[in-house]
Design a protein around this ligand. Structure first.
Ligand code: ADP
Ligand code: MG
Length: 218
């Protein structure tokens, strides 16, 4: 990308802010903006869990290369080059301050996508669920571990293509056992989102389709 400077992390104007639907959606501060005719997404890293009350957006560490943002940038670059459906990483920032740092990440915006969590308001075609299962299998075949695989971190476009986002704490991981746990986590997220909703049964049927798609690609 041309004209990459630190200024990029202080965009003069934002096109929008990611909608936040309740707590589970993400802690993030995610903002959309444009640079050199590219639609970009700026994410400021924020702590989750209990430590957020006193650490807010601060992380322990002294090395840029080991920071949340740089790690995610390098992982995304690797996955993007492999042709996996992830946002193209643009730039990572590391702001040192004593023993803590703050961090930002800029990625290319995925166009015309919606989070799976939002799409769940009405039943999805079987083919969408199966395609999603196939995509998850693709990531697992490449040994990609997503630390927070839930319905908010899966974005779908109009052609049923699924993208995974939010690779904070993700990694390339050896072995097989974590893969089932990874899927179970997504299943729990789907059950939680559809609990006591009219489409709860559709989601359960969809999950079976997803597993079929996952195994077929295997
Ligand atoms: N590259 C991207 N393209 C389009 N939308 C994005 C992109 N990155 C993030 N978003 C939107 O912002 C939301 C939050 O981003 P995410 O990276 O999951 O951060 P967090 O969960 O920490 O808040 C996502 O659920 C998605 O709707
Ligand atoms: Mg997220």
């Amino acid at each position: 990308m041309p004209e990459l400077t630190a200024d990029l992390f202080q965009p003069r104007s934002f096109v929008g802010v990611a909608e936040v639907h309740g707590q589970e959606m993400g802690r993030g501060e995610v903002r959309f903006f444009t640079h050199a005719d590219q639609n970009l997404v700026l994410r400021h890293y924020r702590r989750g869990g209990f430590v957020r009350h006193f650490l807010a957006d601060r992380y322990l560490g002294l090395q840029a290369s080991a920071s949340r943002s740089f790690r995610e940038w390098f992982l995304l670059a690797d996955l993007y080059r492999q042709g996996l459906p992830v946002p193209r990483p643009v730039a990572a920032a590391f702001y040192p301050g004593g023993i803590f740092y703050r961090a930002d990440l800029i990625t290319c915006q995925l166009e015309n996508v919606q989070p799976l969590s939002t799409l769940l308001q009405s039943p999805l075609p079987d083919s969408t669920w199966r395609a999603l299962g196939g995509t998850l299998q693709q990531f697992h075949a490449a040994q990609v571990f997503h630390a927070d695989l839930n319905a908010h971190n899966i974005l779908l476009d109009r052609h049923q293509q699924a993208y995974l986002i939010d690779f904070d704490r993700g990694s390339i991981r050896k072995g097989q056992n974590w893969k089932q746990e990874n899927l179970r986590r997504l299943h729990r997220s789907l059950l939680k989102l559809s609990a006591s909703s009219p489409i709860a049964e559709d989601v359960e049927a969809g999950w079976q389709q997803l597993l079929t798609g996952y195994r077929q690609t295997d």
